[in-house]
Design a protein around this ligand. Structure first.
Ligand SMILES: Nc1ncnc2c1ncn2[C@@H]1O[C@H](COP(=O)(O)OP(=O)(O)OP(=O)(O)O)[C@@H](O)[C@H]1O
Length: 360
């Protein structure tokens, strides 16, 4: 834990125990990125959290530190047993408590909406399924679920629960769970952060996924508290960041990378979407949003570049029709397969334990 934060947080007292939140083992992690501090709290062992009372106290204490202008205070849904030493905690304690339904879990994220994150997530899933993997997709974009549309199941009767758990809906070889199967299309989902986190956790643990090789997690766009809490809460092996080539989108992609690094989740690589425009009439290429920005950025940041997906009107129409482009045999389908395989390989590598060095 950052020492300055630790010191500031010892001035915040929780009502329930009368102790400061550090000594009461309420601080799960506290870190600083730029001028923003992120403090993750665990709920108390018993009784209701006085979270809403603590939040402003923590914000005041932390932003009093020179150089820190913003504080994000998040509470995990899960309570670990109190640690002996607050500063000797593992980086992602809550995530370990969640049952992992797949050998590998890959989060697909973006720094902002509209860059094609869900399109890429769906197509990576379909590409891997076509390649013989057992694949699931959890649509965690709870505020704007797109899996029903992308997989062409907008009139699904809703999710059924049996003794084995929530039954996912299978389309194009992918087992799907989405809030979009539960609520009416277009209905607003007005949930607060911890509720979203709880719902996604429930989807992950209560679904009868069977024996999956890969679970793709379509994250909500952005890098706010909800995204951070989800990343922190689930046993994710690594993250794929989707970006368009413009500078502004790349700024946001950098933020998304920072968020995952903060939660110690490996970045598997960047996918550049809407890379160049392929004219459906003449087949010619034009770089409307620029080209190669994500590749350069990946190099600068030292993360892998997983591939580029062109901007193609057919990609939008096939998405709207519920037949993902990865199903075909086009250059776009091949690009998705290449990116999917590279991401999975990176996830395998990231999950390998570091070799043990034995000193003789
Ligand atoms: N490479 C592409 N070529 C053409 N259209 C695309 C491409 N990628 C995505 N689109 C279209 O752009 C729109 C936004 O895509 P998508 O919903 O996947 O974005 P998103 O980043 O998940 O957005 P949000 O998270 O805000 O829902 C959709 O209409 C989709 O069909």
């Amino acid at each position: 834990m950052d020492e300055r934060l630790r010191k500031a947080l010892t001035n915040v007292t929780e009502r329930q125990s009368g102790r400061n939140i550090v000594d009461a083992h309420r601080v799960d992690s506290a870190s600083v990125a730029g001028d923003t501090a992120t403090i993750v709290l665990t709920p108390p062992v018993a009784g209701n959290a006085d979270f809403e009372t603590l939040r402003p106290l923590i914000e005041t204490a932390v932003t009093a530190i020179k150089g820190i202008n913003r504080a994000r205070v998040i509470m995990t849904a899960h309570r670990e047993q109190p640690q002996k030493q607050a500063h000797a905690q593992p980086p992602r304690p809550a995530a370990k408590a969640v049952h992992k339904p797949a050998r590998r879990i890959i989060a697909v994220a973006s720094g902002k909406g509209g860059v094609g994150k869900s399109t890429v997530a769906a197509n990576l899933a379909v590409a891997l399924a076509r390649d013989g993997m057992k694949v699931g997709l959890l649509d965690a974009d709870i505020y704007g679920p797109s899996a029903p549309r992308l997989f062409g199941i907008t009139d699904a009767p809703g999710l059924r629960k049996t003794d084995a758990g929530v039954q996912p809906i299978t389309a194009h070889g992918v087992k799907l769970v989405s809030i979009g199967f539960v609520i009416k299309p277009g209905a607003p989902v007005v949930w607060r952060g911890p509720m979203v986190q709880g719902a996604i956790r429930q989807f992950m643990t209560d679904t009868d996924w069977g024996d999956l090789d890969v679970l793709i997690l379509d994250m909500p766009p952005g890098t706010g508290d909800a995204q951070l809490a989800i990343a922190q809460d689930l046993p994710v092996d690594g993250a794929v960041i989707v970006s368009t080539p413009q500078d502004l989108a790349l700024d946001d992609a950098r933020k998304a990378i920072g968020m995952f690094e903060q939660t110690h989740i490996p970045i598997l690589g960047i996918v550049e979407n809407m890379s160049s425009f392929i004219c459906p009439h003449c087949g010619g290429n034009s770089d409307i949003f620029g080209h190669g920005g994500a590749k350069d950025e990946a190099e600068r940041l030292g993360v892998a570049f997983l591939g580029e997906i062109p901007l193609h009107p057919q990609l939008r129409t096939s998405s709207d029709e519920g037949t993902p482009a990865a199903l075909g045999d086009s250059p776009v389908a091949r690009a998705f397969l290449k990116a999917a395989k590279a991401a999975l390989e990176a996830a395998e590598l990231a999950s390998k334990p570091a070799p043990e060095i034995i000193f003789g």
